[in-house]
Design a protein around this ligand. Sequence first.
Ligand code: GLC
Length: 551
Amino acid sequence: MIEDLWYKNAVFYCVSVETFMDSNGDGVGDFEGLTRRLDYLHGLGVTAIWLMPFQPSPGKDDGYDVSDHYGIDPRYGTLGDFVEFAHGAKQRGMRVIIDLVVNHTSDQHPWFQSARLDPKSPYRDWYVWSKTKPKDADEGMIFPGVQVTTWTKDAKAGAYYFHRFYDHQPDLNTANPHVQAEILKIMGFWLELGVSGFRMDAVPFVIAEKGAGIEKPKQQFQMLRLFRQFIQWRRGDSIVLAEANVAPEETINYVGDDSDRLQMMFNFHVNQNLFLAMATERTEPLVKALMETRGLPDTAQWGLHLRNHDELDLGRLAPEDRDKVFAAFGPEETHQLYHRGIRRRLAPMLDGDERRLKLAYSLLFTLPGVPVIRYGDEIGMGDDLSLPERYCARTPMQWSDEPHGGFTKSDTPVMPVITDGPYGYPHLNAAYQRRNADSLLNWLERMIRMRKEIPEVAWGDLVPVDTGAEAILALRYDWRGNSVLFLHNLSAKPCEVHFRTGLDDKPLVDLLGHDHRKPDDGNTFSVLMEPYGLRWYRVGGLDYLLTRSEI
Ligand code: GLC
């Protein structure tokens, strides 16, 4: 049955093993620590865990520079610990997906070491070489300002190698059938160890033609079909969630119009326009982005995020719109990164204002797709701007008011725990929030619980409802004869709205409070929205509980 597609209505949670929980007191998070925290994640309502890279790595890009795709960084534990973790997640009904970083490897990877030392090495053609420096070597850097080129000369190889990212991350020659076969082998390995799929890193670059002198690289979309077929042959319910920050019209090439490519993609387009809408208190850019990314095939799904481990990338907004988001959420130079994004965590971007945090989360849960929550954001963690680049938003999880936030018993945590100020662990930690019924954490847990009871968001048809107020977002979803309606006030001012739901006189039942509504004679509803207010309504009462038995 189509409802078996678990990822269509999941709640993802993104974890870095290194900074989540240290069980053995060496200052570094590990699989055993993470395993001990599975009940916390289960209690929050998480149904799928996304693990960031945990394989052996020199750690020059937080693990996105893998030096052995079949192993575990010994600092995090052993393969045995991984399997115990995967089992613990499964026992609690949670899926696990892992980062799959195959656009490039670390320059320390034995494949690259062999490739550079010997032109006859079987691995030579696993990477992308040029005898001379290509003309476009100073174009297309992903980390401008930090990265100066995309082609670097390797003295031992006597040639230039291509690297879309940092120079220590040589690109794999993904057009090489041996490389493709190896990628499948890596996926097969982890599927066998219990994962349900992959968050695939940098997908547009994985499938791009690579080489010197290629002006307009073509995308090799058939590769995505190969990946999809392989993982589903090995494990029918496994998925790929693509990191592909592409224009909306490109989407269909990634998911395939015959549902034959990737199952999920992050909706970066909606993400940027969501922040623009919040910055300008105008729903228009968000509604436009929602319309532009509507109509995925039934078996595909959007992953939605507020923040992730990278900068909030605003690169696809018009410069004047980007400036508005900078002004609202990252006005200082130290907040910004690579001239295109904001490197802060969510809570400080919103000045720690709980009303706005709840608004942002409520939007995350009610836009089309499934939420992907970043660890620590559920308690409103802050950032440490003294750390370089994106590291500022990667500090350890704050569990309690014990030293180092209860993350480790060591005095030298792998990353400094936020200690001072309003976001310091003495004030801001999971233990305190669990005891406090009104905390963000407990609110979020209730919201997740309710969201799971509203499959319409994941499966239904989206219908924007006109309220005539530019700050009030009203979205309706219809699915199998049931409808829900969500209202959000993006503005700091209260606003009374009058609107028709499009479903005549069916009353609105408030799912989060007691603000139920009946229409007036003309089938118009009136709702007074407080600043940053939100409402989740079921249209037509709770009869749906009966009709849902069709499911
Ligand atoms: C992706 C990751 C990012 C990493 C890059 C290179 O964009 O999200 O953190 O630096 O790939 O692997």
